[in-house]
Design a binder for this molecule. Structure first.
Ligand code: NAD
Length: 339
């Protein structure tokens, strides 16, 4: 089996490449990534010499390039992680989100239907459902929840999902979609909440928290997410959407305080900053369909997962310090020659 994993130099894609390369030595895993600011080949160091792994630099929205790659590789499966993924950036530059997240997806879908494919899997987000009120803990997102986006990021992801489903209905393309909650774990780019707080707390810098810190996120360990996608591409039903979440709801403030406590740093580092425009209040996933139909069960609860994650950042300071000082961007040149 030959699998193109797009966005495999990013956080979740990188973890997924590790998972697949290690678990399936007989599969060929091709990591296609543009290496934007969020792409970091240092994440792939542990697998880069494995015979079943290959890296290709390229843009999923570049039709000529994508079709050329499919012509050459004839993949069996495509798993699309590549995206502009940061909500704050989508507020300042929505167009790049349309280009990569929507047009990149339709380009891949067109290549899949031209060259034939056993499975196209789209990695989506619970943010396509919008948000839930803080005072209704009984409500959860199911696969039937209507799409109701808040940010340019989530709008671009919802649009991509609709194209994926339309390609199944119109062209019979064998697709699946997973919609997950917030991931955490190793190799998370330090602009996102958990690694940002860990790295700044270690340096005893101010810790920015939006608004009052009461927004609730449903944290999913990235390894549990990778297991879910592995299951879906092998056993998921064509045309289906699967929600992935670990029932680990925490307010942002709880997350920050947990990290401070684990690192033995004072809460006085917390600095409340002006809230993000349109900030979603609560995300909470109901993963029952994935659990009952495919037998998925998360291995991590947040309290153990966050402690292991903090330890990973302590043990791998070079990885995130290279990002903060920009050195990670030279890794491609060192490995593959200058761009
Ligand atoms: P990330 O920003 O860490 O990584 C994205 C990767 O995509 C980077 O390596 C980047 O170089 C690459 N990329 C960007 N534009 C590209 C292009 N045009 N062509 C090829 N590669 C390109 O993102 P992530 O956090 O790993 O998220 C992966 C996927 O999961 C995204 O689709 C995101 O929407 C989704 N998701 C993430 C979370 C989360 O908590 N991180 C939650 C729900 C859904």
């Amino acid at each position: 089996m030959k699998i193109i994993v797009t966005g495999g130099a990013g956080f979740i894609g990188g973890n997924f490449v590790h998972h697949m390369v290690d678990k399936y030595p007989d599969y060929q895993i091709i990591n296609l990534d543009l290496l934007t600011y969020a792409g970091n080949l240092e994440t792939l160091k542990p697998v880069e010499d494995k015979p079943n792994y290959k890296f290709v630099k390229g843009d999923i929205a570049d039709r000529e390039f994508v079709f050329g790659l499919f012509e050459e590789e004839k993949p069996d499966v495509v798993v699309n992680f590549a995206a502009e993924s940061h909500v704050d950036r989508s507020i300042t530059d929505p167009e790049s989100f349309v280009r990569t997240n929507v047009m990149g997806t339709t380009t891949l879908l067109d290549a899949c239907r031209t060259y034939g494919i056993k499975r196209y899997h789209q990695v989506s987000t619970d943010e396509v459902y919008g948000d839930l009120p803080l005072d209704r803990p009984d409500l959860f997102f199911t696969e039937e929840t209507p799409l109701h986006t808040s940010s340019p990021y989530s709008s671009s992801k919802a649009s991509a999902d609709l194209f994926v489903l339309a390609y199944q209905r119109t062209f019979g393309l064998p697709v699946t979609i997973s919609r997950c909650s917030n991931n955490y774990g190793p190799y998370h780019f330090p602009e996102k909440l958990i690694p940002l707080i860990i790295s700044r707390a270690l340096a005893e810098e101010e810790l920015p928290v939006y608004g009052t810190g009461e927004n609730v996120r449903d944290w999913l360990h990235v390894s549990d997410h990778c297991e879910a996608i592995d299951l879906i591409i092998h056993k998921g039903k064509e045309g289906e959407v699967y929600n992935v979440g670990g029932h680990n709801e925490r307010t942002n403030l709880e997350v920050v305080k947990t990290i401070l406590e684990a690192l033995d740093k004072p809460e006085s580092l917390i600095k409340y900053v002006k809230d993000r425009p349109g900030h979603d209040r609560r995300y909470a996933i109901d993963p029952e369909k994935l659990e009952t139909e495919l037998g998925w069960k998360p291995k991590y609860n947040f309290d153990t997962g966050i402690r292991q994650t903090i330890q990973w950042y302590l043990d791998n300071e070079d990885w995130w310090k290279h990002i903060i000082n920009g050195e990670y961007q030279n890794y491609f040149d060192n490995m593959y020659g200058s761009r």
